[in-house]
Design a binder for this molecule. Structure first.
Ligand SMILES: [Zn+2]
Length: 469
């Protein structure tokens, strides 16, 4: 009998240390058959058709970035391939996509968005449509019934010429519609108060040129903090589960903490760039973003929030651009917001988190299990357990690499992290049971699938606030 015929597993990940959120560090092999994890035990290597030697490495659940934008620069189909290629190379195996901002029905676009994620993507995905109009609000039940969508995004303050703002009355109506779907449905909100932004931008227009540090004042932290208060109030009135996207400031965090102390259950996300890049960064306007990256004291606060559990999830807010349209040389007013960060998400978290002594298990939870629970795809995603999807990021915690845009293999020819040396990189990514990236190269095919979500009346259950003083 040949060894091949005796093999029980299509692939065995051998000799690594598993980091399982909520469990901890476990020395175990992982036996994979098809696209599922089917065994966890001390040494399974004799039973594997293929064996990946993960000795000296840590094995994480595939990273779930709950906050990515696809198709804002190139076509949706093109970015569905290129940006997910960068993602999977960086250990990300599932993304939540904030669908392109449209002011018309999503019904005619959803089949195409879904097909792109089923046919072109390297990673699995869930959708969050961005809701602006009464028509879209009225269609929320159809998006849920026909596409298994359970999360919706609202911009309290838009971006002039790009995204329109949603006033409080529309927000409340939208929250009520989301709440009507069930306790698991999520209202994601970009929290900034428009009037404060308008005033700040008018002030900033007087400045002819400036630096990235000046951009911080176009989107003042007070505008974020005030908007979170409003969103908390309206979501409570409507009975909707609020998910604050991309928290960027210590003022915003203070509002979150106060609400947590009152026992309010809602979810807060920050992003990996906000935890590592400051507004004095030498990459200047390559880092221009809304909300802006801020000074280092905001990093300190956000890391505290992540550690204590007032911040629950960490995403990217990836919005890829080419340098030619980013136009960093056009300065404070002319350069555009948005940056590609899917490929650097995991290395940035590991690098900046461990520099601050944040336990690895906690970092992994915030980037895998917590968002998977909130968005209703746990334990299919977000853990390492028998019967779950075989999506894994195998990481060399000591590997140091200087970020170079070409190596990230997305469509962008820049990175806000370019030139920075980050420590801790994935050396292999397993997606749907197959090694799809290895040693910085794509070695497999796109196997991404769109994940329709089932309705549930169980509200999201994550670690709300465990370590606050
Ligand atoms: Zn976003």
């Amino acid at each position: 009998m040949s060894a091949v015929r005796d093999s029980q597993y299509d692939l065995v990940v051998h000799g690594g240390t598993l980091i399982i959120p909520g469990v901890g560090r476990v020395r175990s092999d992982v036996g994979i058959s098809g696209d599922k994890i089917v065994a966890l035990a001390g040494d399974l290597s004799a039973g594997g058709k293929d064996v990946y030697d993960a000795s000296g490495k840590v094995v994480l659940p595939g990273i779930f970035d709950p906050h990515a934008h696809i198709g804002n620069e190139r076509s949706y189909d093109e970015e569905a391939e290129t940006e997910t290629r960068a993602a999977v190379l960086g250990g990300v195996t599932t993304i939540g996509i904030f669908l392109r901002s449209l002011e018309e029905s999503y019904m005619k676009h959803l089949p195409g968005f879904r097909r792109a994620m089923d046919e072109l993507s390297y990673v699995d995905s869930v959708f969050h449509p961005q809701i602006f109009t009464d028509e879209q609000i009225s269609e929320i039940p159809r998006y849920a019934a026909e596409y298994g969508i359970r999360s919706f995004k609202f911009y309290m303050s838009g971006m002039p010429g790009i995204v329109k703002s949603v006033p409080d009355d529309v927000l409340l109506t939208g929250f009520r519609m989301v709440a009507s779907l069930g306790a698991d449905a999520i209202a994601c909100v970009h929290c900034e108060t428009g009037a404060l932004i308008d005033q700040a931008r008018k002030e900033l227009q007087k400045k002819k040129d400036g630096t990235l540090a000046d951009w911080e004042f176009a989107h003042p932290a007070d505008a974020e903090a005030l908007a979170i208060q409003t969103a908390l109030y309206l979501s409570k009135v409507a009975g909707a589960h609020l998910y604050v996207v991309h928290l960027s400031s210590k003022q915003g965090l203070e509002v979150v903490r106060n609400a947590r102390r009152q026992g309010l259950r809602f979810t807060v996300e920050t992003t990996s760039p906000y935890l590592g890049i400051a507004s004095d960064d030498p990459n200047g306007f390559l880092v221009k973003m809304v909300p802006p990256v801020r000074t280092k004291d905001h990093h300190d606060a956000l890391w505290q929030g992540v550690t204590e559990g007032s911040i629950n999830t960490i995403g990217t807010d990836n919005t890829s651009r080419a340098r030619a349209t980013k136009k960093p040389e056009a300065g404070l007013h002319g350069s555009r917001s948005g940056y590609p960060v899917l490929g650097t998400h995991l290395p940035a978290l590991l690098h900046y988190g461990r520099l601050r002594g944040v336990p690895l298990e906690l970092l992994v939870d915030r980037a895998t299990r917590a968002p998977a629970k909130v968005y209703g795809i746990y334990p299919k995603k977000g853990t390492i357990a028998i019967g779950t999807d075989a999506d894994l990021a195998i990481v060399d915690l000591d590997l140091e690499r200087v970020v170079s845009p070409e190596e990230l293999q997305g469509m962008s020819d820049f990175s806000p992290f370019e030139g920075k040396k980050l420590r801790g990189w994935p050396v292999a990514t397993i997606k749907a049971g197959k090694i799809v990236a290895r040693d910085g190269k794509i070695v497999g095919k796109p196997t991404g699938r769109y994940i329709p979500r089932a309705a549930s009346n169980i509200p999201p259950d994550v670690e709300w606030l465990s370590r606050v003083q």
